[in-house]
Write a protein that binds this ligand. Structure first.
Ligand SMILES: CC(C)(COP(=O)(O)OP(=O)(O)OC[C@H]1O[C@@H](n2cnc3c(N)ncnc32)[C@H](O)[C@@H]1OP(=O)(O)O)[C@@H](O)C(=O)NCCC(=O)NCCS
Length: 276
């Protein structure tokens, strides 16, 4: 425990007259965090563990903190290289819900930013407000591979809503853009992009309507994303997907993305019957 955290804990505990619970919450600020946005969407109290590996004492502290703060579900993103942390998480009741793979590419060295586009490639353009309804409709039914759908305790309609909201967030993001692929005036796919301060372009979300898959539309969207990142000053680009999402992994690797990091998503449901 860091010295300042220890001191803060002691001061709270000894002088404030506040109870032990308050001191414990402060003490654990570096380990656990309440997630208001997720809690609001799913209408339960949700938190996350901020570290990617915990020892036995820390994991017990987190679980106690969750109980004291009436948390229903806690997310824990674990570094799989820390095998002990995986074992501890599993023996403490956490369930594996997803494998998270981060891929990245060097934009400046990408051969695709200046490549002449084939005539057969679908039209990709900036999405406008008239596209939003159709994009949201596709997004709602497109991301069943993600941890919110895999963890059956999250209601499916709420998990689907999450992706609709993500599209809306993309439209409002002043540092990003939503691109849309059109086939004969029909919305075939979308890609949500963002550029952070450190010149990193992020593919937030990509999806192609089921009816239009495997025709290179995903590729056209990723290619357009790389070009948009380049024009807007990004030096590298990253994307996160599921380790089980073979079509997405193939798509990104085809357009120059290489694996950068693999992590495991665990969830712990602190329901009364599951108290340890
Ligand atoms: C991932 C996704 C965007 C790809 O769109 P797409 O238009 O089909 O992409 P493309 O046609 O350009 O390329 C897809 C590649 O995956 C391959 N592929 C598709 N399904 C596959 C499968 N089940 N197993 C193996 N390969 C598969 C295709 O053959 C192609 O590879 P190739 O070019 O080497 O032949 C689309 O499948 C999708 O919307 N999925 C649901 C949402 C999602 O998972 N998004 C990504 C995570 S945010």
């Amino acid at each position: 425990m860091k010295l300042w955290t220890k001191r803060l804990w002691k001061i709270e505990y000894q002088t404030n007259g506040l109870n032990y619970k308050v001191a414990t919450m402060k003490n654990l600020n570096s380990l656990c965090e309440y997630l208001p946005w997720d809690s609001h969407l799913f209408d339960i109290r949700i938190a996350r563990i901020k570290k990617c590996f915990l020892n036995n004492r820390e994991i017990k502290q987190c679980i106690r903190w969750c109980r004291e703060n009436k948390i229903t579900c806690v997310y824990y993103l674990v570094d799989p290289a820390r095998v002990n942390s995986i074992h501890l998480a599993e023996s403490s009741g956490f369930h594996l819900v997803d494998i998270r793979v981060t891929l990245e590419t060097d934009i400046l060295a990408s051969p695709y930013i200046n490549m002449p586009l084939k005539e057969t490639m679908p039209l990709v353009r900036e999405a406008n407000r008239n596209d939003i309804v159709e994009i949201k409709k596709i997004a709602k039914e497109n991301h069943f591979d993600t941890r919110f759908f895999k963890d059956k305790r999250f209601p499916r309609d709420k998990s689907a809503e999450l992706y609709e909201l993500w599209i809306e967030k993309g439209f409002k993001n002043v540092h990003g853009i939503v691109l849309v692929a059109k086939i004969k005036k029909k919305t075939a796919g979308y890609i949500v992009l963002d550029i952070s301060e450190n010149h990193t372009g992020k593919i937030e979300l990509v999806g192609v309507n089921n009816k239009f898959r495997d025709r290179g539309i995903g590729g056209a969207l990723v290619c357009a994303a790389l070009r948009w990142f380049n024009i807007n000053g990004a030096k590298r680009a990253t994307v996160v997907t599921q380790g089980t999402n073979i079509s997405a992994l193939r798509l990104y690797s085809k357009w120059g993305f290489l694996p950068h990091e693999t992590q495991c998503w665990y969830h712990l449901w602190c329901l009364p019957s599951e108290k340890k």
